[in-house]
Design a binder for this molecule. Sequence first.
Ligand code: F6P
Length: 544
Amino acid sequence: MSLKASQAWAHLQSHAYYMSQSHISDLFEGSQDRFSTFGFAQDALFLDLSKQRITDETLALLIQLANERNLTDWINDLYSGKHVNDSEDRPALHTALRTPRDHKLEVNGTEIIKEVHDNLDCMEAIVSKIHSGQWRGFTGHSINTVVNIGVGGSDLGPFMACKALSDFQPQEAANLKVHFVSSMDGSQLADLLSHLNPARTLFVISSKSFTTIDTLANANTAKEWLKQSSNVASEEVLISRHFIGVSASPEKAQEWGIPKSNQLAFWDWTGGRYSMWSTIGLPIALKLGMQGFKEVLDGAHAMDTHFKETPFEKNLPVLLAMTGIWNINFLNINAHAILPYDGRLSHIPAYLEQLEMESNGKSVTREGSNTDYSTCPILWGEVGTNAQHAFYQLLHQGTESVMCDFIVAAKRYHNTDNAELQHQHQLNLANCLAQSRILALGDSVIEGADDAPVYKRYKGNQPCTTILLDELTPTTFGQLIAMYEHKVFVQSVIWGINPFDQWGVELGKKVATSLLQALGPEAKEKQFDNSTQGLLQHITKRNA
Ligand code: F6P
């Protein structure tokens, strides 16, 4: 049945008509304790939906919609290894990557959890060799710098996690620097290489496919740099000491030159943007130690269990997803700001941009028809306090409705006596609470606002979610990210789309190949549209 033909959809539409007349501040006035009605706790995570434009009836109807879309069956299919990625005819088993060793999951005759833990053991051996100084570069010195070369899912998750959890670097990893390079133009790598000691640098080439041109171009530049800055004649020796490949295509990695002994594998059933829990997480394990990485996995597993076993009425990913559906499909809000009030989470907006927009930025259903409803909104974000001095003007007084996620840790700096730092945390918390308050309630939060000139007024009514962590730790971080992953899955089920493929990124790769030829000496005249042709000629002249 099509989404719009479902009963709950029709009810939600008439409910939305009525709700669109009310302001979030009216909802607070009409209820004594919205916070306990729309606040949901799970382990060290608290989800406050009270500043959403919802009532009990809204949530009940949204849950009815989830049921009509057979969400429970879809969740079971996801966890059990059914081919939920239908266009690529394979499962999406990222939940298996964080399942404890003593569990069992057999898919097509393979014991998946055992394979996952065998891989983690290989990863642990490499981590321990590097941390203990036994991994030696071409001069015999130990490694003190790791550079992860990857892009998209082979970069964003580990990059985000290493930044978020750097407070948790254990003693054995204290002397190891972990860097990330992704940009195709070589600018990040060129900057970095000039500061690195080739003899003590290890490159991790992370690529599920091992065909991504961005990553291979950076890997080739790194290899050339090593060749030029060492007196080692043999490329094999240099690669074996200075390169690790992490890939689901071991043959391709080997073709590039990385021997099997320097490879960590994962599986095609691990989607790129769902892969930081796999061996793609090697930089995380190098930064946090294997124990820290396992705590991230444990946190994610706790969220997996919660998502699978908790009634929808109390299920954090389901509630997060369904309030999103309400905003997007019934209140017509198509912009979503991700606002971490924590500098350690500065990379979470970029991570969620890929997770959400590459997963659900689609307009064709699993059945192959065009959707007649909106799907993934435009996501962007920034550390909240910085964004206050940048784009919050639009959130407060612009013409667009924007839903906002505030992410913040209640506790910070409790291990330091630095009173100034503790004060900074209080300042940060105050700003987080102030902004969500004004965005939702408008200037009704202060007295006398009515008397202000119109250009000083704040209309509010922007729906805000606050995700409050007791504290940012490897475990709560794992929970937080897994909650967003499941949220994306729930929304895909409602919209009837496959969140695990990304066909929309393929054409750009092909067209770039023909343009690369056009930039070379064999360029043909009039091969492209007039604008592209003009730009090519301009570039050629400037390079002459
Ligand atoms: O081009 C998009 C994409 O395929 C993403 O889905 C993926 O995370 C990224 O490129 C990197 O791919 P790979 O890990 O195969 O290099």
